[in-house]
Design a binder for this molecule. Structure first.
Ligand SMILES: C[S@@+](CC[C@H](N)C(=O)[O-])C[C@H]1O[C@@H](n2cnc3c(N)ncnc32)[C@H](O)[C@@H]1O
Length: 264
């Protein structure tokens, strides 16, 4: 039976895990195990839609990619969203940006750095925990996260940390899997996502656990409406979301408010 969690402080809880520290440890372990086959499986299991989703997400926030801007792709995995930001930045700002990709799994960062070298990317890939970012307050114009937010062990702590490191007027973009609201499509997609995907993912990656965790974590993840209200209540403004491909994924965009000028 699916259990939706809507309390803002909740975070992911892989099967059998009760507390936050253990959840983070298990997430790390799972992504470490699948890192070598992660890209291949992403493209295979999403029929290559994942590339288009990331590209489209960054197109939605490209207005912040001005010369001199700083962007962080958090939970960057092997860096595909980081590279999408960099591509868009080249168009918007002639590449005059500082771009970071951050993740807490070494194997993912190794692959990201290999890809960066092949692509002659200027992005810097750093080992960081999204819940304790080693960056100064107001350091970034853009924080983007693709398919990573759901895996945080504490959603509210993640949102607060993103708010802290965004400058006033800065933008947060969260791209995440979601459950399609339509009943017919939902059933069809549910069959693929819960029955077929874990088998293929498990066989190819060698980790049945990681690809069983994927649908389970999406089922537990707050609905787009609830995530939007968590962002709002944490202090973000202009919070909005779009569902794509019948609701299989959702993109949330939110802004850190600019404080009102003190009246003289
Ligand atoms: C599903 S992958 C997404 C990777 C990439 N963003 C993409 O679009 O393919 C989720 C990533 O989130 C990372 N992650 C989960 N919790 C994290 C945390 N607290 N801090 C940093 N990275 C985290 C995992 O290591 C993993 O690489």
């Amino acid at each position: 039976m699916k259990q939706k969690i809507d309390e803002p402080a909740a975070g992911t809880r892989p099967q059998g895990v009760q507390d936050e520290t253990e959840a983070a440890r298990r997430v790390r372990e799972m992504f470490g195990a699948i890192a070598p086959r992660y890209d291949f499986l992403n493209h295979l299991l999403s029929f290559s839609s994942d590339r288009w989703w990331r590209w489209r997400a960054i197109r939605r926030v490209r207005h912040v990619l001005r010369p001199g801007a700083r962007a962080l792709d958090i939970c960057c995995g092997t860096g595909d969203l980081t590279f999408a930001i960099e591509r868009e930045a080249r168009r918007e700002a002639g590449g005059q940006l500082e771009i970071y990709g951050g993740d807490f799994v070494h194997g993912m960062l190794v692959r990201a750095r290999e890809k960066a070298a092949q692509k002659k990317s200027q992005a810097q890939f750093v080992a960081v925990d999204a819940l304790r970012l080693p960056f100064a307050a107001q350091a970034f114009d853009l924080i983007a996260v693709a398919f990573g937010f759901r895996n945080l062990a504490n959603y509210r702590a993640g949102i607060d940390e993103f708010l802290r490191v965004l400058r006033p007027g800065g933008v947060l973009a969260i791209l995440e899997f979601s459950e399609p609201p339509g009943r017919k499509f939902g059933r069809l997609y549910g069959f693929y996502f819960e029955k077929i995907l874990p088998v293929i993912g498990g066989l190819v990656s060698g980790s049945r656990q990681a690809y069983g965790y994927l649908p389970a974590s999406v089922a537990r993840f707050p609905s787009p409406e609830n995530l939007a209200s968590s962002l709002q209540s944490a202090g973000f403004k202009n919070v909005r979301f779009e569902r794509w491909m019948g609701g299989v994924v959702a993109l949330h965009i939110a802004e850190r408010p600019v404080p009102n000028r003190i009246q003289e």
